[in-house]
Design a protein around this ligand. Structure first.
Ligand code: MF3
Ligand code: CO
Length: 253
């Protein structure tokens, strides 16, 4: 149960800023293509072309077991995370889609995600997406040296639960650096003033996954796609954050 945290130097954070800016730029390109009639396979192609253009490698393709088969995760409506792009999943007005993307450059990984609304969506969907985005902003504000790790999850949980939403427990955020998933784990729930003391040089991928219904998720037979057990909508936002003496720096913007 040993934990190994790799604190980053300023020079390493410079490299992580570089790769995370590529991630953000590619997510911008993908988001622009999120329109009715476009398949999630086409979104994956946009991301793949972006990698080639910007000279980075995918952090997702071939990852883990079974090997993740694409460079982008595309999670529509009740898909929580890790939806696999498909030609036969075509966006329609009213959908929400989580787009999650990771790249590698200079030996460092960048990781970010956002949820995009397709045309006019229901009030229910829009409120969920806006609350999830806000919960990430609140979590990032807690990323100050001297605060503690669970302050991050508490910021998410204490904001979304009173709105009637639930926090996914099965997946968590993570440290990030030369590997996509480093210690510590960063749950989106917790208690104030508990856990590891935050300090400058810690780089975290914070990624609230918030369900309109209950917190339970189920894995599909493809070994990746995670859906809400009750079929309710889910939203996801993620940024890679460096904790500095001056507070949080959002690297993936
Ligand atoms: N942002 C996700 C994560 O941090 C992306 C992983 S998808 C995978 O876990 F395909 F690479 F696994
Ligand atoms: Co992540």
């Amino acid at each position: 149960l040993e934990m190994k945290i790799f604190f980053k130097t300023k020079a390493e954070i410079d490299k992580m800023r570089d790769v995370n800016r590529i991630v953000a730029e590619i997510l911008n390109l993908v988001e622009e293509r999120c329109k009715p009639g476009v398949s999630t396979a086409e979104l994956n192609e946009v991301a793949d072309r972006g990698l080639k253009k910007l000279g980075a490698l995918s952090a997702f393709l071939g990852y883990a077991t079974p090997p993740y088969p694409a460079v982008l995760c595309t999670s529509v409506d009740h898909v929580v995370v890790h939806g696999i792009p498909r030609k036969d999943v075509v966006l329609k007005e009213g959908n929400i889609i989580g787009i999650d993307f990771g790249a590698i450059k200079h030996g460092f990984v960048g990781d970010s995600a956002r949820t995009v609304m397709i045309g006019q969506v229901s009030d229910e969907a829009r409120k969920l997406v806006e609350a999830t985005k806000r919960s990430l902003d609140l979590a990032i504000e807690r990323c100050v040296p001297g605060n503690r790790l669970q302050d991050i999850g508490w910021a998410v949980q204490s904001f979304v639960e009173p709105l009637g939403y639930s926090v996914v427990r099965k997946f968590v955020g993570h440290g990030i650096g030369r590997a996509m998933h480093e210690d510590p784990q960063v749950p989106n729930y917790g208690e104030p003033n508990k856990g590891l003391r935050l300090k400058a040089g810690l780089v975290l991928a914070i990624e609230p996954m918030i369900n309109a219904g209950g917190p339970d998720v189920e894995l599909l037979d493809d070994g990746w796609t995670a859906v809400t057990r009750d079929g309710a909508l889910s939203a996801h936002f993620e940024h890679s954050i460096a904790i500095t003496e001056n507070g949080p720096e959002i690297l993936s913007r």
